[in-house]
Design a protein around this ligand. Structure first.
Ligand code: BT5
Length: 257
């Protein structure tokens, strides 16, 4: 796999898209020590100082692009596995806030941004770009803006030094393994089960936003396709896209601590 590392870059997702167009059909891993224009979903900023694992994997899609809709869930499980491997003492406190946030002790420690790019030249496969940011070792108090969700780092929650490089390597390896399986067999029952066991807010009443519409109800879990199931007076509904809105008190829920 081609690996391109930057000391300072705008966004590894942007660079992965550019490199994928230059090297059609190849897997490309892009990493950076620091990003100046790290991106979250829906045009949001992603704070990316030194001390984080900032990486993007450009993955040529060999199946129809619409079959990759659940890729961010696959990536979430990959990041859970990778972090659990590198920092085992954190494993029991890791949760997935559907669909793409990783929480550690109720605080956001990682985010995932999946994008699709069309093939650069005729006949070349379209590319899935999976961007992962993991806060490893820096002071989150220095973030310039108010965050949507309280943040933390692996180092803050760990009893031993955590190295950025180890996290990058573990995340990249788990992503390649799980995306290979996903591409061959789709979203496996095993992966859905693993996700179920990690899902944040199950059994609580939450607000959920999809394309500007807010639904409030009990978070029931996910169905076999990885869709989030919410129940309220109108019955049960499964959502393939959207996001759960964090409550101000989430970080104080004392999840496992
Ligand atoms: C995400 O978006 O969580 C996806 C983040 C993906 C970042 C990676 S880094 C490598 C690759 N290159 C990129 O340019 N991006 C990817 P979203 O769910 O929209 O969350 C964004 C929100 O999280 C922001 O609006 C902030 O409130 C908050 N936030 C920003 N930086 C954060 C950080 N480092 N840790 C925790 N929360 C953060």
């Amino acid at each position: 796999m081609r690996h391109v590392h930057f000391d300072l870059v705008d966004s590894t997702n942007t660079q992965a898209r550019r490199l994928a167009a230059q090297h059609p059909g190849e897997r490309v891993l892009v990493t950076a020590a620091e990003q100046t224009a790290g991106r979250g979903r829906l045009g949001r900023d992603w704070q990316s100082p030194r001390g984080g694992a900032w990486l993007s994997l450009a993955w040529p899609m060999h199946n129809a692009p619409c079959t990759y809709a659940a890729a961010s869930l696959v990536a979430a499980v990959a990041v859970v596995r990778a972090v659990s491997e590198v920092v085992p003492e954190c494993a029991g406190r890791l949760q997935v806030k559907w669909p793409n946030d990783l929480l550690l002790s109720g605080r956001k420690v990682a985010g995932i941004l999946c994008e699709q790019a069309l093939g650069g030249i005729a006949e070349s496969p379209a590319t899935l770009v999976v961007g992962v940011g993991v806060n490893v070792d820096f002071d989150v108090a220095l973030f310039p803006t108010e965050l949507r969700h309280p943040a933390t780092t692996l180092q803050r929650e760990s009893i031993r030094p955590v190295m950025v490089e180890q996290v990058v390597n573990a995340v990249a390896a788990c992503l390649v393994e799980l995306l290979t399986e996903f591409e061959a067999d789709g979203l496996s029952e095993e992966l859905v089960e693993e996700l179920r066991g990690r899902l944040a807010y199950v059994g609580t009443v939450r607000s959920f936003e999809q394309a500007g519409r807010v639904v409030t109800g009990s978070v029931m879990g996910i169905d076999g396709a990885g869709r989030l199931v919410i129940q309220n007076a109108d019955g049960e509904k499964a959502f393939a896209a959207g996001e759960l809105i964090a409550h101000a008190a989430d970080a104080d829920l004392n999840l496992g601590r």
